[in-house]
Write a protein that binds this ligand. Sequence first.
Ligand SMILES: Cc1cc2nc3c(=O)[nH]c(=O)nc-3n(C[C@H](O)[C@H](O)[C@H](O)COP(=O)(O)OP(=O)(O)OC[C@H]3O[C@@H](n4cnc5c(N)ncnc54)[C@H](O)[C@@H]3O)c2cc1C
Ligand code: SF4
Length: 321
Amino acid sequence: MNVSKPENLEEAIRFLSDHQEARIVAGGTDLLPRINQKLEAHDTLCYIDDLPEMSGVVVAKDGGVFIGASVRLFEIAVNKELSGYTALLQAASKVASPQIRNQATIGGNILQENRCMYFNNQVPWSDVNHCFKWGGKQCFQYKSSKECVALFQSDVAPVLIAFDAVAVICGPDGRRELPVEELYLKAGRKNIAHNEILLGIKLPALMEGVFSAYARKTIRGSFDFPLLSCAVRLVTGEDRVIKDAKVVFGSAGVMPAVFQVAEDVMVGKKINELTALADTLKPAVSKVIMPFRDTRVNGPVRKDMAKEVFSKAITQIEQVT
Ligand SMILES: Cc1cc2nc3c(=O)[nH]c(=O)nc-3n(C[C@H](O)[C@H](O)[C@H](O)COP(=O)(O)OP(=O)(O)OC[C@H]3O[C@@H](n4cnc5c(N)ncnc54)[C@H](O)[C@@H]3O)c2cc1C
Ligand code: SF4
């Protein structure tokens, strides 16, 4: 095994550029289990979680916040500078278990691999019947699909999108920034090159009257990937009338799903009118949730959960206003 621990960013990018086969490791809680389970084989790893450019939570002059990609999820859940980003704290504190949150980074969380019951098994499925993710020519989840449709189950990504966060990425050609929403591509691919490193996330300054919440549905109370989740961010004005809203579902498909219909309907309403909206939004909501089935839940049930997680998030906001 060729393991590199570069001392600075330039060295890391050079190593990745020189080793096309190398994989980045941050906390390792997503990648290393897949290697151990022989779902993936990599003999060149590049550990980047100590790089100074990727550490810490820094408040910018305009009131926005930069979160280094190596910041651990447990740190996010207790960080005072982030206390106004309620939904982010809630999402970070719900990931997996305390042990995993102590090790897992925010960068690794939003770049984690998509998951599917056919792929994420200890024993590789038949050598003959490989699916797209194994380099094969079919999908067992949706027989008619022309590409992998495995679920993206990050708890943190939907919240960052709800806050209009921006990803800061560095590669051989320098730095670039893009909305977190644009990190996600079809078939579970991510909009980041093999030799690029996510340095961190920029969160815009909190506006006056902002409220946010994150809710998720799981089989177990803790240590479980979400079946479906929902991040809501609202900006309110006088009399708690909503001026701006963003609603994003997680574990809803190959990438987080922005629920534009809800945003349009919510603007102009008062916060205490929102719970009643959940019923009227049901037909629209089911269109943004993919009918993905896994060992825990079938497709139609996942769609039915949308109203529940949306209402849960809204109720949390109502309770603090
Ligand atoms: C038992 C278990 C339960 C889990 N439960 C949850 C859950 O409930 N919710 C949830 O969201 N996740 C869950 N996870 C998934 C995952 O462990 C976490 O999301 C974690 O945050 C991943 O972060 P990491 O730093 O360990 O990632 P790593 O494993 O280090 O990296 C993940 C991926 O991102 C890439 N990467 C990491 N950092 C960078 C960077 N800075 N630049 C470019 N590429 C990078 C790596 O190459 C790799 O492909 C769970 C994992 C396990 C094992
Ligand atoms: S969604 Fe289809 S292609 Fe993707 S891992 Fe599952 S079975 Fe394989």
